[in-house]
Design a protein around this ligand. Sequence first.
Ligand SMILES: [Zn+2]
Length: 152
Amino acid sequence: MTAGAGETPAEQRWLVAANVVRWRRYGEDGQELRPGTKSYRGGSKIYVIETYAGAGHEQLTTIGRGRHTGTYIAIDMATRNLHTFRAVPVHSPTVLRLCEEAGVGGCWTNRQDAEELAARLGPLAAGYRTAHWASPHPVPCRCHECLTLSSG
Ligand SMILES: [Zn+2]
């Protein structure tokens, strides 16, 4: 595919996409359930634009459509509230602009780097969920692990 005369080729970057958990455990000992997170609806797709290599990956900077406004926001959130990390090519000028404005190193042009990060974050997120909530799950429970088990 080539751009026509006078057109700039569409910019593309590789980012790590993930989905926000439908329900997260909440409250003392994680015995309550809340849909999505404060900023994002459950199930919404977000892009990871930064990880804190020095401090582990418990927190990620993300871009996604905000729960209340539906417009793109950039916000830090807990990795444990995300799942299904995968590398995706991104063309959205809005997402790419927010990525630039955040001034971080997470807007890859390289597919392989994004794929490697996605492969690392999946198991980490599952581990953080387990580590964060040491107490038994509420009954019934709709957290990511329990939903995944019951739909399988
Ligand atoms: Zn559960």
